[in-house]
Design a protein around this ligand. Structure first.
Ligand code: KG4
Ligand code: ZN
Length: 356
């Protein structure tokens, strides 16, 4: 092969994923095993369960990826693997597997920061130059950052508590949205988006969080508690028990979705203005990238697009399958690092997985 080829491996949370990507951003092969179904049953991720499922699937997923790519491990330029952040037990499975692989085939190892990979994904699908602004919003992430180079991030804001997807999942569970037949297989956030279409957000007056904070940070746990209180109150009024479906559930879903969108949009607006004032972003045609599971919400996306348009920014989202955790983004981050001559470990002595 003339081109550089990188195998990417991702096990930071509840997806066992791998992919082979070349220098031009071509995906030669990929495979993914999602644990969502198991975790939906337990009402959240139980780390030792996630670890066990990664162990059961990683060999097969990497094998499938290499077969689909029609290459043998000896043809790889390097192996890139997520080493942080994430669940320690889950990360450990991918890391141990990768270290065995690079030792066996004498390949360089590229340690990947999961958030760097999310942020750079857009450069695989679109021609985007540095610097650009990225908002990463999912069940585990809430990060607003200026991306100045492959490994040069200026973090402008993050959640001081939980991520927006986590909040939406908790509200959905508290509202028992899985009891609606059409929502039974949906993530909490998706169920809220679905139900919100039938609701009226104006039925509830909820204040956006952190109105006076002069920074770009986020907060979602206060919002979760406010909604919790409203639900308790409504259950009393409607004379129903916890676990039954409220008649006002759709209105509340619409209100929560709206406040989430407003909060994300306001903080992002601040970040754009901040960057422009300091010439960290160009005055026109700056790029705003939004990614992560929550970015698949069309209402939230719409609010962020309005902010982008109002500030003469170009609004970009990777396709949904690249917004959520995947192996392609890890492999691509490996390619980016190879091209930039960054962070390649030929000697893996220094890196060993140590469970805390
Ligand atoms: O990126 P992702 O698949 O996994 C990580 O958390 O890393 O994101 C999953 C999160 C969940 O919290 C889910 O409720 C949320 O994204 N989500 C949504 C929608 N689809 C998924 N939130 C709002 N609206 C959606 N349509
Ligand atoms: Zn992620």
């Amino acid at each position: 092969y003339l081109h550089k080829l990188v195998l990417g491996i991702e096990t930071s949370c509840d997806d066992t994923a791998a992919a082979v990507v070349d220098e031009n951003g071509r995906v030669l092969g990929e495979a993914i095993h999602s644990q969502t179904e198991v975790h939906l049953k337990t009402g959240g991720i139980v780390p030792p369960v996630a670890q066990q499922l990664h162990r059961e699937n990683i060999q097969r997923i990497v094998q499938e990826t290499l077969s689909a790519s029609r290459i043998s491990p000896s043809e790889l330029s390097a192996v890139a693997t997520t080493i942080k952040p994430g669940l320690a037990l889950s990360l450990g499975v991918g890391l141990s597997f990768s270290l065995q692989l690079v030792e066996q085939f004498k390949k360089p190892f590229i340690p990947i920061h999961h958030m760097e990979a999310h942020a750079l994904t857009i450069r695989l699908t679109n021609k985007v130059e540095f610097p650009f602004l990225v908002l990463l919003i999912s069940g585990g992430h809430c990060l607003l950052s200026l991306v100045r180079g492959v490994s040069d991030f200026l973090v402008l804001g993050k959640s001081l508590d939980i991520a927006p997807g986590d909040m939406l999942d908790k509200v959905a569970r508290r509202l028992s949205l899985a009891k609606y037949p059409e929502c039974s297989m949906m993530s909490g956030g998706k169920a809220i988006e679905h139900l919100a279409k039938q609701g009226n957000r104006l039925c509830f007056d909820i204040k956006p969080p952190m109105q006076r904070a002069k920074n770009c940070d986020f907060s979602f746990s206060g919002l979760q508690h406010v909604v919790d209180k409203i639900i308790k109150q409504k259950e009393k009024e409607e004379g129903i028990e916890q676990g039954q479906v409220l008649s006002s559930a759709a209105d509340l879903a619409a209100a929560v979705q709206h406040i989430t969108a407003i909060h994300l949009a306001k903080r992002t607006h601040r970040a754009i203005l901040f960057c422009k004032q300091r010439d960290l972003l160009p005055q026109t045609n700056a790029v705003l990238v939004v990614s992560g599971g929550v970015a698949s919400n069309m209402y939230i996306r719409g609010a962020l697009e309005i902010v982008a348009n109002a500030t003469q920014c170009t609004f970009l989202c990777p396709p949904p399958r690249l917004c959520t955790d995947n192996g392609v983004m890890i492999a691509w981050n490996g390619i980016e690092r190879l091209r930039a001559g960054l962070g390649i470990l030929h000697d893996i002595e220094g890196i060993r997985y140590e469970p805390k």
